[in-house]
Design a protein around this ligand. Structure first.
Ligand code: GLY
Length: 369
């Protein structure tokens, strides 16, 4: 069933390699988030997306062993030190930021300084645990003390890693408590997930759910569905607890049914037909989750997940890619949020998950989470 050498995968990988071997050098001194006039532009060191650029470079390095990628990844990791050294600049997305930069560096090269940075980030994430609610708190700010978001399922692999390398179960307890609460309150019976759950930070009592970056309350922000699908899969991979696998499958079935007409994700699966707002990143995050999920189940079940992931990646290639020489980003049609002013822009996370999906499809299977 696996198709590591099929033409479309090889062609896409070669185009990615051609483009990134140039951009890895031209964008070496920055932390890209989006583009202006076709070129990646720098963003502040504390921004949640800053692990994706070094993570993408590590995926390319592991696959090609070319030093240009390693050097760019190392430069980005050092640029992140500005955020690591200022407490106010740290938040729950330290998982996205350091596990894909320092965590990847340590995993692939054994770099001790990277280990320390990643452990520091893990301690910051663990410190955001609210004992009463059992959740890891999301954003900073007085008004955000009682918010937990689905995205954080992608931050907790940092805690599973810390537990494994330090042989210290505390990190895993926190990660599993957060995953269990997410299963209980974010995952809906139909397999969709809500973006945001609000709890009383003093009592832990659940107040209500919100669809933060989606269309409206009760809708279905597609990137959030992707975070849930991949996040529960990763919790299963790290713990082997059946309930996380079952949860991942529920979100996967919901996601597949939402995109199976054309394998393209709208920004919110429950938004009105017009205007059409896509989110290329949602499909690609889900595709990476589906590829991992396909390895967690038996052969009979696996095919649906693997084939659906291929369909999403193929549809992305056909509709949302730019392999030209005069631009930096590869994947178009990313979004920040349904109600964010600018739509269909280049987002670093669309590029990252495209490269991760192709890395898996090519059979390199570099695992950074
Ligand atoms: N984690 C923030 C987002 O997905 O936009």
């Amino acid at each position: 069933m696996k198709d590591n050498n099929s033409d479309w995968i090889n062609q896409a990988w070669d185009l990615v390699e051609k483009k990134l071997s140039r951009v890895a050098i031209s964008a070496r001194e920055i932390l890209p988030y989006t583009t202006e006039n076709g070129k990646y532009v720098n963003c502040d060191a504390d921004w949640w997306t800053n692990g994706f650029w070094p993570g993408m470079m590590w995926l390319m390095y592991d696959a090609t062993k070319k030093n240009i990628y390693k050097e760019t990844a190392e430069t980005a990791e050092k640029l992140l030190d500005k955020a690591l050294s200022e407490y106010d600049l740290l938040h729950h997305d330290v998982g996205f930021m350091w596990h894909l930069s320092s965590g990847a560096n340590y995993r692939l090269t054994g770099n001790k300084k990277s280990y320390t940075r990643n452990m520091f980030a893990a301690n910051v994430l663990a410190g955001r645990f609210n004992l009463k609610s059992g959740y890891i708190r999301a954003w900073n700010g007085e008004e955000n003390k009682g918010f937990a978001i689905i995205d954080c399922m992608m931050n907790i692999p940092l805690l599973y890693w810390a537990s494994e390398v330090e042989k210290d179960e505390r990190f895993k307890y926190i990660a599993m408590s957060h995953a269990d609460k997410t299963l209980e309150h974010h995952l809906r019976p139909d397999g969709s997930v809500t973006h945001l759950v609000e709890f009383d930070p003093l009592t832990g009592e659940i107040i209500k759910s919100h669809d933060g970056q989606g269309y409206k309350e009760g809708s279905s922000w597609s990137r959030g569905q992707g975070w849930g699908l991949y996040g529960f899969t990763l919790s299963y991979i790290h713990t082997k607890e059946q309930r996380y696998l079952d949860a991942a499958k529920r979100v996967a079935h919901y996601f597949i049914s939402a995109v199976c007409n054309d394998w393209i994700a709208k920004c919110d699966f429950r938004a009105p037909d017009e205007p059409i707002i896509y989110d290329s990143s949602a499909g690609l995050i889900a595709a990476c989750g589906l590829l991992e999920l396909s390895k967690c189940v038996n052969e009979l079940e696996s095919k649906t997940y693997y084939t659906s992931a291929c369909n999403i990646v193929k549809a992305t290639i056909d509709n949302f890619t730019d392999f030209s020489d005069d631009t930096d980003a590869i994947v178009t049609h990313g979004t920040v949020a349904y109600h964010f002013g600018q739509k269909h822009i280049n987002m670093i996370y669309s590029d990252y998950y495209f490269v991760e999906a192709l890395n898996k499809l090519k059979g390199y299977n570099t695992f950074l989470w």
